[in-house]
Design a protein around this ligand. Structure first.
Ligand code: BES
Ligand code: ZN
Length: 643
């Protein structure tokens, strides 16, 4: 049975609809027990979508709930224990197929502990293997005993020296896109939503947190193991498995607002709480736009600096890089972004990784609406303009046409290959085009309805188009053609009705960059009221033939090399490499060896490798030193750059 919901063409609404729905559900799917209620809304009819990145066959045997019982062994750097999977099976089901990768499967039993036969399929470098478990007639639960391995990509085990505090080890997971299968044997497809419960045993002195309701904030004693504490969790909403997340470390918590707070290492907690002080306001702004927040609390966990992403929208607990702690709230659009995913992504989820833009494009649009609400129109426009410029750069650099499309066919490839500005910024540009055509009021009403109609469901591009036709385009084919909807969703490039954002402030910045390149001294530039986004645009607007003297003058006036703002420092270091500006190289080395955010790390190595001689030499030398400290996600990307 599918979570992808396609509206039947023939029926109306109300009671008749409900009766017809349950009748057709039974006929179509013949589940061995009644399907759990999935909220009101359109009917599950067919599942045309196929997730090419999962071995699971959820239409015959589907994982509905997982119960984890794991112990974190910081000496061996493994998680070990059991996962009990609650299944929903077709009457004919004789097997259940799970996804696994780099896991040691020790034993599989039924609910009573009786062993079950299982086999492991051939390993694929991207997808891992199928774990095929034989099911006794009517079985609704299987229990897998397992442990993670040194090759488990989702987990990073940090030495104390790799944390901000330096005294305690740390562990965190990163599930998106297809890494959950490297630490939990389950059906690792965004179409297979699952609820979960977990008990995590950790050494005393450390705290475990998860993307769930935290039932035991201070942990509990573990019988017979005096050095361990148990933490229990519960996620009652069905979520895609890539959102199951765990972190263990020396963590403190601080409230920010009624429903919002931060977790961080003690040395970081104050900075985090003040940087994110607008979180509660963001949450209220988001609700005002697109309906109630459905997850209870919204907290942010600030990770150690090797966290490979800027942020990850794990439900109830966003994971975030410490590199956004700028001290002046100038980089908090990232929090708005991860918060927005509580609707676009977590509530309505991309059905397959080919539909990734449905998560990220909607989220970038939504993020910007939150930013506008709280920090004003001009700040929002600056962010839009910066994103749009990056999109254009990306599109002109992306030779492969397939990767310029919103809906991408990723069969046979890693979902990561589809990761670029395209799903993010082209997706957002698509919604801004709709906003320009229909007006905010109508688009907002549509989006709010969309989140309601498909709450806790998975969505494909095709099903989205069907919904858009029905609820926004009113089945007007001429209008659809005029708006070039097909081209937006399924063609490369950028249709000509895209709306280029114009920021008044960034225009002024361009003027100052031009003045500088024509010889005006840096001190004479009108920069006194510039915010971070203006500086970023300034750095991108500098001519490519800056002299050593000009670089020095800029650095002397604005101290870019030692900027405490990670985005500004990153933008400057890129310029510095291209111009071989030596005074910045020690700062570059420090930056590459003290944080592991892929978005910063990968482009800097790419720039270095483009400099024959000194650049290549430096890239190799620094990478040899830094690689052990990076998360596997960052390593995989940089391995391909530095080789
Ligand atoms: N969900 C993404 C992170 C992600 C995407 C992880 C694909 C793994 C695979 C997250 O919401 C995100 O987009 N993070 C961005 C920051 C955001 C402000 C654009 C990042 O990490 O740079
Ligand atoms: Zn995102």
């Amino acid at each position: 049975m599918s979570d992808i919901r396609i509206r039947p063409l023939l029926c109306g609404s109300g009671v008749f609809f409900a009766l017809l729905a349950s009748f057709m559900l039974l006929v179509a799917c013949q589940p061995s027990k009644p399907a759990p209620a999935e909220g009101s809304g359109p009917l599950v009819l067919a599942n045309a979508a196929v997730d090419v990145h999962s071995y699971a066959k959820p239409n015959t045997a589907r994982v509905r709930h997982i119960d984890l019982n794991l112990t974190a062994d910081f000496k061996a750097k493994v998680l070990k224990g059991t996962v009990a999977l609650t299944l929903e099976t077709d009457a004919s089901a004789r097997q259940v197929i799970l996804d696994i990768k780099a896991l040691d499967i020790l034993r599989v039993t039924d609910a009573s502990g009786a062993p079950l036969k299982f086999s492991i399929g051939k390993a694929d470098a991207v997808k891992g293997s199928a774990l095929i478990i034989d099911l006794p007639q009517g079985a609704q639960k299987v229990i897998v005993s397992y442990q993670t391995t040194a090759d488990t990509e989702a987990l990073q085990w940090l030495e104390p020296s790799q944390t901000a505090g330096g005294k305690h080890p740390f562990l965190f997971s990163q599930g998106q896109s297809i890494l959950t299968r490297t630490w939990i044997p389950t059906q690792d497809s965004p179409m297979v939503r699952q609820t979960y419960t977990a008990t995590i045993n950790v050494p005393r002195g450390l705290k475990a947190v998860m993307s769930a309701d935290m039932l035991t904030p201070d942990g509990e004693a573990v019988a017979g193991q005096s050095g361990m504490r148990a933490y229990r969790f519960k996620m009652d909403e069905a979520i895609p498995p890539y959102l199951i997340a765990l972190a263990v470390g020396n963590l403190e918590f601080r409230n920010v607002g009624k429903r919002t707070g931060v977790y961080a290492e003690p040395v970081t907690i104050r900075a985090a709480a003040s940087e994110f002080e607008d979180m509660e306001k963001m949450l209220e702004a988001a609700e005002k736009l697109y309906g109630p927040y459905r997850w209870g609390r919204y907290d942010v966990l600030v990770l150690p600096p090797s966290f490979p992403y800027g942020g990850m929208e794990n439900p109830r607990l966003t994971f975030a890089t410490p590199t956004i702690l700028a001290g002046d709230k100038s980089l908090v659009s990232l929090i708005a972004h991860e918060l927005a995913h509580s609707w676009s992504g977590n509530l309505v989820t991309n059905g397959t990784w080919d539909d990734f833009w449905l998560n990220e494009g909607f989220t970038v649009y939504f993020e910007n609406r939150i930013m506008e609400e709280i920090y004003g129109k001009e700040r929002a426009l600056m962010l839009q303009a910066l994103g749009y410029a990056e999109l254009q750069e990306t599109l002109s650099g992306l030779k492969e046409k397939e990767l310029q499309k919103l809906h991408i066919r990723l069969k046979g490839r890693h979902p990561d290959e589809g990761f670029s500005e395209v799903p993010y910024e082209k997706g957002a540009a698509f919604l801004r085009m709709l906003e320009a055509q229909f007006g905010r009021q109508r688009l907002d009403a549509y989006l709010k309805g969309y989140f309601e109609r498909y709450a806790f469901k998975s969505m494909t591009t095709e099903a989205f188009l069907a919904d858009l036709r029905e609820h926004l385009l009113r089945n007007d084919r001429a209008l659809e053609d005029r708006l070039q909807i097909q081209a937006w969703l399924y063609e490369p490039g950028l249709p000509d009705n895209a709306v280029a954002p114009v920021s008044r402030v960034l225009k002024l910045v361009e003027g100052e960059a031009a003045a500088f390149s024509q010889g005006v001294e840096p001190d004479m530039l009108r920069t006194s009221d510039w915010e971070t986004q203006a500086w970023l645009h300034f750095l991108k607007s500098l001519p490519s033939d800056l002299s050593e003297n000009q670089m020095e003058a800029l650095d002397k006036a604005f101290n870019f090399t030692n900027s405490g703002n990670s985005e500004i420092r990153f933008a400057w270091l890129k310029v510095a490499i291209a111009r071989h500006y030596e005074p910045a190289l020690p700062s570059l080395e420090t930056f590459l060896t003290t944080q592991g955010r892929r978005k910063f790390i990968a482009p800097l190595y790419t720039e270095l490798m483009a400099q024959p001689g000194w650049g290549v030499e430096m890239a190799r030398r620094v990478y040899a030193k830094a690689r052990p400290g990076y998360h596997q996600v960052t390593r995989d990307t940089v391995d391909k750059i530095v080789s």
